[in-house]
Design a protein. Structure first.
Length: 391
């Protein structure tokens, strides 16, 4: 056959597959739910859940068994932090437990009777803090506040001790080395700014995979009833490539909305250049489309995608490294994470979007996504050929 004619025929077949698949999407309510509704509303719902990003003015009760000037100053310092608020002084732990049981406080500060005596003797004084662990954000805020108070109070006490010796004078700081912490990519130190940029990548992958599996499940049900697929006469290459092109084309507007407008509306980290993350997200969408098609060939019914695919969202979230560092994972899970497009998509996009990285700096995840695209493309073509032979 003439090479030019072969190319023309192949291009025509791809266009026919594209048109057929686009028609299948717009006429399938379930597919539209995954391809349109889910990417549009899930990022907003997740962001609203995690707003406000930080907690402040957490009510705590104080049990001051020392009742000295030093203990009262410590309590004033705790109350001056933005994270904690002194709800009440109580005489003993029994009363503090009552306030806790009534959910009026989320923590209790207990100052021992020998607090000021230990400080006067130059010994280490201990203060106990009991915190409600039902919400880790509360514990994190309380821990940050108490750590700041501990450092400030310790520096102040050390300065007084130095001054009392008469050896150095008041001009010498008890803390000669200051610490200035900069939270790159999460200037608000908020949970939404930390997790949403990665979550939206996982949402895009999972919604695309679910939609693809739903379409293929419908096609498989029709095939068993003797209704051939509209593109059954096409080559495996044209079928797989045309369908993948359809999904990437259909998802691109939703991707721009999810990765650009949602962070702008909710003031999430959005430091990277648009061109950089758009070029990075193209192989991610391609890899996700190929990944979904490969999985779809393993399903025989429309509802199978809910049984076998939905539960993987939590698994993929952990494997992405958002909630647990990948370097701390066992080798099996680390290798499995490498095979998931969202793992590399989260890693590269967060660095570009939140930390103003460049595509060149994220060449590793970028090349991994193209490699996964190629591997899953070949696997999808093989499975498509097998399906056509068994049809």
């Amino acid at each position: 056959m003439n090479p030019i004619k072969s190319i023309s025929t192949g291009f025509s077949d791809i266009c026919r597959v594209f048109r057929t698949e686009m028609n299948a999407i717009v006429h399938d309510v379930g597919a539209l739910l995954f391809f349109v509704v889910l990417p549009l509303f899930y990022p907003i719902v997740y962001t609203l859940i995690y707003n406000p990003e930080v907690v402040d003015n957490l009510p705590v009760a104080v049990v001051d068994n020392c009742r000295s000037a030093e203990s009262r100053r410590l309590v004033r310092m705790i109350g001056a932090t933005p994270e904690l608020e002194i709800y009440d002084y109580v005489p003993d732990m029994q009363e503090a437990r009552r306030l806790w049981a009534e959910q009026k406080v989320v923590g209790v500060v207990e100052i021992p009777a020998d607090y000021s005596r230990r400080i006067a003797l130059g010994e280490q004084a201990h203060v106990q803090f009991f915190c409600d662990m039902t919400l880790l954000l509360r514990y994190r805020a309380a821990l940050n506040a108490l750590t700041s108070v501990q450092l400030a109070a310790g520096a102040e006490i050390t300065q007084h001790r130095i001054d009392a010796t008469g050896l150095l004078g008041g001009g010498v700081s008890a803390s000669p080395v200051g610490v200035d912490t900069s939270f790159l990519g999460d200037t608000q130190q908020g949970f939404a700014s930390f997790i949403i940029p990665g979550i939206v990548i996982l949402i895009l992958q999972q919604s695309m995979v679910l939609g693809i599996c739903l379409l293929r499940g419908t096609e498989e049900e029709r095939r068993r009833r003797g209704i051939p697929a509209a593109d059954s006469s096409m080559s495996s290459f044209a079928t797989v490539f045309g369908r993948a092109l359809t999904y990437v084309f259909f998802y691109f507007p939703a991707t721009i909305y999810t990765l650009h407008f949602v962070p702008v509306w909710f003031h999430l980290p959005h430091q990277g250049e648009a061109l950089q993350w758009i070029l990075f997200i193209l192989p991610f969408l391609s890899a996700s489309a190929m990944f979904g098609m490969m999985l779809s060939y393993c399903l025989r019914r429309r509802e199978d995608c809910f049984i076998y695919i939905v539960f993987t969202s939590v698994v993929f979230l952990f494997l992405s490294g958002l909630t647990w560092p990948r370097f701390a994972m066992p080798s099996f899970w680390y290798a499995l994470a490498d095979c998931i497009p969202a793992t590399w998509g989260v890693e590269g996009f967060v660095r570009i979007n939140s930390n103003a990285g460049t595509l060149y700096e994220q060449s590793g995840p970028y090349m991994w996504l193209w490699a996964l695209t190629g591997v899953y493309f070949v696997a999808s073509m093989i499975l498509q050929k097998i399906r056509k032979k068994t049809a």
